[in-house]
Design a protein around this ligand. Structure first.
Ligand code: C2E
Ligand code: CA
Ligand code: CA
Length: 566
C-alpha cells in the first residue's frame, strides 16, 4: 500500500479534520496501512478500513472504543492472545504508557483466511498531547518481528530463524552450541539507573557478547533480559565464561555488579535439524538446575535435563485435555485450632488424576499451567468445586468449616476470571466467611501494582485473605502494612527448622508476636512432629496445618471427618 492510499477519516465536521491536519501529515509520513482515530473524550473511534471492508462489517461506522477493541479481538487476535490484547489495549493503561513513551507497540497474531496463523500485524498507537487524541493505527511492521527495537538485535523469532538457517546448512561442518543467558537482579538496574538506564544496559549486553572470545554467529534478545547466541563449540571456554557472566555496569558515576546465568547446549550433528525454539525453551528450563549461581553460574545441558524438559512438555500437552476431561480433584487439608484441638478451617489443594495412574501433586503441574496460561481455568474449577461442596452440605444442615483456596498471580491478570470469582462468592448460599483465598507474597507484590482492586472488591464484601508462604521469599513488612490480611501462613520452611537453633526458634516466636500485635492470626504450615506442635503452641500460634494432624484428604473422607468431629 502506498502513501496516497492512507486516508484520514472524515470526522463529520470539516473544521475538526482541519485541526487534525498536523496528525494526518505525521501519519502519512509513517505510511500506515490502516488508520483509526480515537477521541479520548468523546469515546468514539473512526476507522479507515476501505482496504479490508469485506472483513469488517463495521467499516466507516462510528464506534465506541471498547466495542471496537472487542471487535478487533474477534477478528484478528488468536484466542490465546486475547487476554494480552485486551489488557494492553485498555484505554487507561494505554494513555499511561503513551504519556511515558509517546508510542505503544505490540505484536499480535492474526489468522489468514485459510486458517493459518501468522504473527504479522502490529498495532501502533500514537498519542498527541496537544490534541488529546489517540491514533490507533495498524500497519504491517513485520520486520519488527525479526529486529528488537530496543537493542537492534534479533528478536526471538529472528534468532530462531537465523540460527536454524546456519544449522541446516550442510556446507557448514563446524560444531555448534547455543548459549542461553538470563540476567540476575535486572530490576536493581532499573531501580538504580532508571528505566532508560536499564535499556542502556540491555543494549550493552550484546556488545559484550560480540567483544568476547565466543565470537557469536547470531545473537538475539529472546525476551526482557534473556539473550541467546549461536557459537562454535570450540569458542566456549568455561573460565572465560565465568568472567563474562560477572560484569560491573557503570553509568552516571555509579556502578553495579551485574550477574548472569547461562546454559550451554552443545548441538550434536544429528540434532542440527531440531527446533531452535525448543532448544531455547529447554535451556531456559535447565537454568533451574544451576545449584549455586555464585559458585558456578553456568550449566551444560545434559540427558537429565532433556528428560525433565520432555516430561514437562508432555505434561503441558496432557494438561489441556485433563481440564476438559474433569481429571482434577479437590483435596482438603484440615487446619486445627491450637487451643480447642478442633478443625477450624481447611485448605483446598488440587490433585490431578492422570489417567489410571496415581494422583499427581500440584508441584508438578501448577508451574506448567502458569506458563501456558491455563492456571486460572483450573483455579476457577477449584473455586466452583469448593462452592458446591459447601453449599450442598449447608443445604443439608451438615457441619461446614471455612475453606481457603490458592490463587495464582496469573489470576489477577485475568479480569474475567476475577469477575467470575467475585460473582460466585457474592451469590453463594453459605455465609461469606466460609470462602477464603490464599495469596503468596510474590503474587501479592505483582498484584499490588496491577490489580489490587479485584482483591479490595472481595475484601469489601467480607471475603478473608491469607498471606501464604510468609517468609519463604523476599518477605517485606510493607506487604503486611499495605494490605489487611486476615491470616498469615507461616511457611513450612520455618516450622521444619524448629529445634535446630535458638535463632530459628526466635524468628518464629517473633513473627507470631508481630502478627498478633497487628491483630492478625497465624497458621503454621507443615507441622509433622509433636515437638513442632508443642513449640508452636508455646509461641501462641493460633492454628496448625500439617501431617501431624492430617494429610490432605479426598472430598468424601474430609466430609466424613467433618461429620464425625462436629
Ligand atoms: P501451599 O499453598 O503452600 O500448600 C501447602 C502444601 O504443603 C501442600 O502441598 C500440602 O500438601 C503440603 N503439606 C501440608 N502439610 C504438610 C506437612 O506436614 N509436611 C509436608 N512435607 N508437606 C505438607 P501440595 O498439595 O503438594 O501443594 C503444593 C503447592 O501447589 C501449594 O503450596 C500451592 O502453592 C499449589 N497449589 C495447590 N493447589 C492449588 C490450586 O488449587 N491452585 C493453585 N494456583 N495452586 C495450588
Ligand atoms: Ca496455600
Ligand atoms: Ca503455603
Amino acid at each position: 500500500m502506498n502513501e496516497g492510499d492512507v486516508r484520514f477519516p472524515v470526522m463529520g465536521e470539516e473544521q475538526l479534520a482541519l485541526k487534525h491536519e498536523q496528525i494526518v501529515t505525521r501519519l502519512l509520513n509513517k505510511v500506515y496501512d490502516y488508520v483509526a482515530l480515537v477521541d479520548l473524550h468523546k469515546n468514539t473511534i473512526y476507522i479507515d478500513f476501505d482496504q479490508v471492508s469485506d472483513l469488517w462489517d463495521w467499516t466507516n461506522e462510528e464506534h465506541d472504543y471498547d466495542e471496537a477493541r472487542f471487535s478487533l479481538t474477534d477478528h484478528f487476535i488468536l484466542p490465546e492472545d486475547c487476554e494480552t490484547f485486551i489488557r494492553n489495549s485498555d484505554r487507561e493503561n494505554l494513555i499511561r504508557q503513551l504519556e511515558e513513551r509517546d508510542e505503544y507497540i505490540f505484536t499480535s497474531h492474526f489468522l489468514q483466511p485459510d486458517g493459518t496463523k501468522n504473527v504479522k500485524m502490529f498495532h501502533y498507537y500514537y498519542y498527541d498531547r496537544e490534541q488529546g487524541l489517540v491514533i490507533a493505527s495498524m500497519e504491517d511492521k513485520t520486520s519488527l518481528l525479526y529486529q528488537d527495537p530496543l537493542t537492534g538485535e534479533l528478536t526471538r523469532r529472528g534468532f530462531i530463524e537465523s540460527a536454524e538457517e546456519i544449522l541446516r546448512d550442510e556446507q557448514r561442518t563446524e560444531e555448534f552450541a547455543i548459549l542461553y543467558f538470563n540476567l540476575r537482579g535486572f530490576k536493581a538496574i532499573n531501580d538504580l539507573f532508571g528505566a532508560e538506564g536499564g535499556d542502556k544496559a540491555l543494549r550493552w549486553i550484546p556488545r559484550l557478547l560480540r567483544q568476547s572470545n565466543l565470537h557469536p554467529l547470531v545473537i538475539g534478545r529472546l525476551n526482557a533480559d534473556h539473550f541467546a547466541c549461536l557459537v562454535e563449540q570450540k569458542n566456549v571456554n568455561e573460565e572465560e565464561l565465568m568472567d563474562l557472566l560477572h560484569q560491573t555496569y557503570v553509568a552516571n558515576n555509579r556502578s553495579l555488579d551485574l550477574y548472569a546465568v547461562c546454559c550451554i547446549i552443545n548441538i550434536p550433528d544429528e540434532d542440527r535439524n531440531d527446533s531452535v525454539g525448543s532448544m531455547c525453551g529447554a535451556a531456559r528450563m535447565a537454568l533451574n538446575f544451576i545449584e549455586d549461581e555464585y559458585v558456578k553460574p553456568f550449566i551444560v545441558f545434559d540427558e537429565r535435563m532433556r528428560t525433565h524438559y520432555m516430561e514437562r512438555s508432555q505434561t503441558a500437552a496432557e494438561l489441556g485435555a485433563a481440564l476438559e476431561n474433569d481429571e482434577f480433584k479437590v483435596y482438603y487439608q484440615p487446619v486445627y485450632d491450637v487451643r480447642t484441638g478442633k478443625i477450624a478451617s481447611a485448605e483446598a489443594l488440587v490433585r490431578w488424576q492422570r489417567g489410571e495412574g496415581d494422583m499427581v501433586s500440584p508441584g508438578l503441574f501448577v508451574p506448567v499451567l502458569e506458563e501456558n496460561g491455563r492456571i486460572s481455568q483450573m483455579d476457577l474449577f477449584v473455586e466452583r468445586s469448593v462452592k458446591n461442596f459447601l453449599e450442598q452440605r449447608h443445604a443439608q444442615n451438615q457441619p461446614i468449616v471455612p475453606i481457603s483456596m490458592n490463587m495464582s498471580q496469573m489470576d489477577f491478570y485475568d479480569k474475567d476470571m476475577m469477575a467470575s470469582v467475585l460473582l460466585d462468592v457474592s451469590n453463594t448460599t453459605v455465609p461469606l466467611d466460609f470462602t477464603r483465598f490464599e495469596v503468596t507474597e510474590t503474587a501479592y507484590s505483582t498484584v499490588a501494582e496491577n490489580n489490587r482492586n479485584a482483591l479490595l472488591d472481595m475484601k469489601r464484601i467480607g471475603v478473608k485473605f491469607y498471606l501464604d508462604d510468609f517468609g519463604s521469599g523476599y518477605s517485606s513488612f510493607s506487604t503486611i502494612r499495605d494490605f489487611d490480611f486476615d491470616v498469615i501462613k507461616l511457611d513450612m520452611g520455618f516450622v521444619q527448622k524448629i529445634g535446630t537453633s535458638i535463632k530459628a526458634d526466635g524468628v518464629i516466636w517473633s513473627i507470631i508476636a508481630m502478627a498478633h500485635t497487628i491483630g492478625t492470626k497465624v497458621v503454621a504450615e507443615g507441622a509433622e512432629t509433636q515437638e513442632q506442635v508443642d513449640f508452636l503452641t508455646d509461641c501462641g500460634c493460633d492454628y496448625i496445618q500439617g501431617y501431624y494432624y492430617s494429610k490432605p484428604l479426598p472430598e468424601h473422607e474430609f466430609a466424613e471427618l467433618l461429620n464425625k468431629t462436629a
